[in-house]
Write a protein that binds this ligand. Sequence first.
Ligand code: GRF
Length: 203
Amino acid sequence: TRIVVLISGNGSNLQALLDQSEAGQLGGQIAAVISNKADAYGLQRARDAGIATQVVSNQDYSDRAGFDAALMQVIDRYQPSLVVLAGFMRILTPEFVRHYQGRMLNIHPSLLPRYQGLHTHQKAIDAGDKEHGCSVHFVTEELDGGPVVLQARVPIFADDDASTVAERVQVQEHAIYPLTVRWFCDGRLVMQQGQVYLDGALL
Ligand code: GRF
């Protein structure tokens, strides 16, 4: 399975995938890492692992449709069967999402459907939640709304702030994202007509 990973920043989830790959446990091959930001630290992680990198800067395009079309072209050069969004901080057009329907995954730092969008850790704290987490989901046209594949839950303690919670959640992100990518690569995870199946069972 050829995988293209899209990032915008630090790339700690990318690193988890690279480590899994290095250990021969990813079930697929990361063909390229693409960032919309030239200074994303994740690009360095990719280079260090000997993976091809590309920058497609949204600032070079006057509108979302132009950027998405250019990005799609660069991605498709690598002929991926899976596109992994790993901290890619751009909202994608319906055309783009449809093009990768059933073969694009995202990780979101909340227990979806709770807290879509940004600042999820602070939102969970402000709501007085005792529990928070992260979700891997297939990407559909609804932002952070595609069917969930796997979640990990963590506690929120009284003395937590957004950064301590984020740290606790990220440890779990780095566990569940490589695992779900592996499932996809092994043909165990499929999205069909908006439903997700693992080993033929509806999730
Ligand atoms: C993660 O918290 C992920 O859930 C969110 O963006 C962040 C990316 O972190 N989508 P990193 O770049 O993988 O370190």
